[in-house]
Design a protein around this ligand. Structure first.
Ligand code: OOB
Length: 547
């Protein structure tokens, strides 16, 4: 069994293979390639708090877990929903699943019932992998609910102490002692097929899943390693959520593993968590979203000596202002690389030999010569360089369709298979992209993406809410925060009541409206849609007056 997905047309497949982008190897090769000689196998792959793992150990532990899953009857084409924090087990589990051919959705650790249920509904997993550090999995209440609602689930793996399911920690310890290495040949999914699902930032009511094949993902990793010049001396701090495309593959942990370097895990991107780790492990490179950069710049004056090993700071996920960009090198003592990417595929980098204008003012250029970019006006006609338009792209690592979403896909792609990213960009004459805005119904809250419709739907569930519209409002640190315009039948309804309501519905904390404006009516466009442009102007005016 393989997972259905929209394939690249045959002529593209042939070209990507011929050009050496798709090399027909599974993603697990990223780690197993180092296990053929003992020198590289013994190098440190991963540091997680007090624990260190060599490439050999990472491979061995994932084998143990793969054996366990194989013995439980799991096979290629099964699916899993995984939710782990930034811990070593995230990669051990991921590799194990890839080895057996189990196709995971890696949920973010700050996701709650609403998001997890949406993923579970879409992939009908046989396996759940969760952490008892997550509030939903302190006990087995939510587990029982999910088991009752989802007959496909037949096994739970738990990171930490398990009050239900099988403890990953105990399993790995017990098996390592016994070391009964009976040799089972695992079969991953074919390299041309789906390896795992990436999460879409989304703009619709239910979050969409992005099928990523071994071939396309592995190419983006190798090409990123080359551009970012990683090698076995690279020590990369993973401070953003581990499943995110940025920290996983741009070049992220997978890139570092491919190069034979070391990944150091941080629990969060705060200066307090990260600076001591940078100092202790002599970290050379890391990736941040812009709000974390602001906090690092504020904290750095007292701790600059902690950062001497840091060579490269990648910033992406949301627009970095020129003024912030300019402070990075003088204050943090490292080089800036801007990264404009998306879980759907396309990733752009500024290059290390770019002049400072490009590094401060652009979001980079695509990874691949075969990344095709179209920038179009509202009629769909391509615009000249320097003129803003909607970004469309296709290429050797950009997907061709969301999972099981024919209706949505009909609009998300043009007739030639170009994906509409929903970003408004300009191209420089040098071929670099500048992100100037967005035409998707999404709020980018400091790199965390909020699909307006998803939150609006949950607001509408409240009995006293008759209409709701979520829009972005400017924020100095986060770039954007969210504001809900709400029409209610209850004049006494309070913002806090709505936030409580959303929490009770299992909406992730970062999606709760930062502000609620109760209104008598919502402005409409001529075609009868809520006029969000006008709402954004209204809240901007309100904020200016209040200042
Ligand atoms: C990354 O991936 P996603 O899937 O969380 O979000 C993609 C969207 C883009 O379409 C764009 O709207 C926004 O995030 N974005 C940026 C940006 N990088 C991403 N907007 C302005 N400036 C940037 N530098 O966010 C992502 C994936 C891989 C690498 C880096 C970021």
């Amino acid at each position: 069994m393989t997972i259905p997905f929209t394939p690249w047309p045959a002529e593209f497949t042939a070209r990507y293979i011929e050009k050496g982008y798709w090399i027909d190897l599974p993603l697990t090769d990223i780690v197993t390639r180092h296990c053929v000689d003992s020198t590289s196998a013994s190098r440190t792959a991963l540091i997680c708090h007090q624990r260190q793992f060599s490439y050999a150990e990472l491979n061995c532990l994932s084998n143990i877990l793969a054996h366990h899953l194989h013995a439980q009857g799991f096979k290629a084409g099964d699916t899993a929903v995984v939710q782990l924090p930034n811990v070593a087990e995230f990669y051990i589990v991921f590799l194990a699943l890839l080895k057996v051919g189990i196709v995971p959705v890696n949920a973010l650790f700050n996701h709650k019932q609403l998001e997890l249920r949406a993923y579970i509904e879409q992939v009908q997993p046989a396996l759940m992998v969760v952490s008892n550090c997550h509030q939903l999995f302190h006990d087995d209440r939510f587990v029982s609910e999910l088991n009752a609602d989802t007959p496909t689930i037949r096994h739970w793996l738990v990171e930490g102490e398990a009050t239900f399911g099988t403890s990953i920690t105990e399993l790995l310890m017990a098996q390592q002692e016994e070391s009964n290495e009976e040799v089972v040949e695992f079969t991953s999914t074919p390299a041309s097929e789906v390896a795992f699902f990436q999460l879409s930032g989304g703009s619709t009511g239910t979050p969409k899943l992005i099928p990523r094949t071994h071939n396309d993902y592995y190419y983006s990793v190798r090409a990123s390693v080359e551009i970012c010049q990683l090698d076995s001396d690279t020590v990369y701090l993973c401070a953003l959520p581990a499943p995110h495309n940025f920290s996983l593959s741009s070049p992220g942990a997978f890139g570092v593993f491919y190069a034979g370097g070391t990944v150091v895990l941080a629990t969060d991107p705060s200066a307090m968590s990260c600076f001591p780790l940078i100092h202790k492990h002599r970290v050379t490179m890391t990736a941040l979203v812009p709000p974390a950069v602001t906090l690092w710049l504020q904290a750095a004056s007292d701790y600059k000596r902690h950062l001497v090993s840091l060579n490269v700071l990648q910033v992406g996920g949301a627009r970095l202002s020129e003024s912030l960009a300019k402070q990075i090198s003088p204050v943090l003592g490292c080089q800036l690389q801007q990264v404009f990417g998306m879980a759907e595929g396309l990733v752009n980098y500024t290059r290390f030999d770019d002049d400072s204008w490009h590094v401060f003012n652009t979001q980079g250029r695509p990874i691949s010569n075969d990344d095709e970019i179209k920038i179009v006006d509202e009629q769909g006609n391509e615009v000249p360089d320097g003129i803003a338009g909607a970004l469309l792209t296709r290429g050797p690592y950009t997907f061709r369709g969301y999972f099981n979403s024919p209706d949505h896909n009909a609009n998300a792609f043009d007739a030639d298979g170009f994906y509409r990213s929903g970003d408004i960009v300009k191209r420089t004459t040098t071929g670099y992209l500048i992100v100037v805005g967005r035409d998707k119904d999404q709020i980018n809250r400091g790199g965390e993406k909020i699909a307006a419709e998803e939150v609006e739907n949950q607001l509408l569930v409240h009995e006293a809410v008759t209409n709701a519209a979520l829009v972005s409002m400017p924020d100095t640190v986060m770039g954007e925060k969210s504001c809900a315009f709400v029409i209610t039948t209850n004049p006494a309804l309070k913002a806090i009541t709505l936030r409580k309501h959303l929490r009770a519905r299992g909406v992730a904390e970062y999606k709760l409206p930062d502000r609620v404006e109760f209104v008598a009516q919502l402005p409409m466009t001529p075609v009868g849609k809520v006029d969000k442009k006008q709402l954004r102007q209204t809240i901007q005016q309100t904020l200016i007056i209040k200042k």
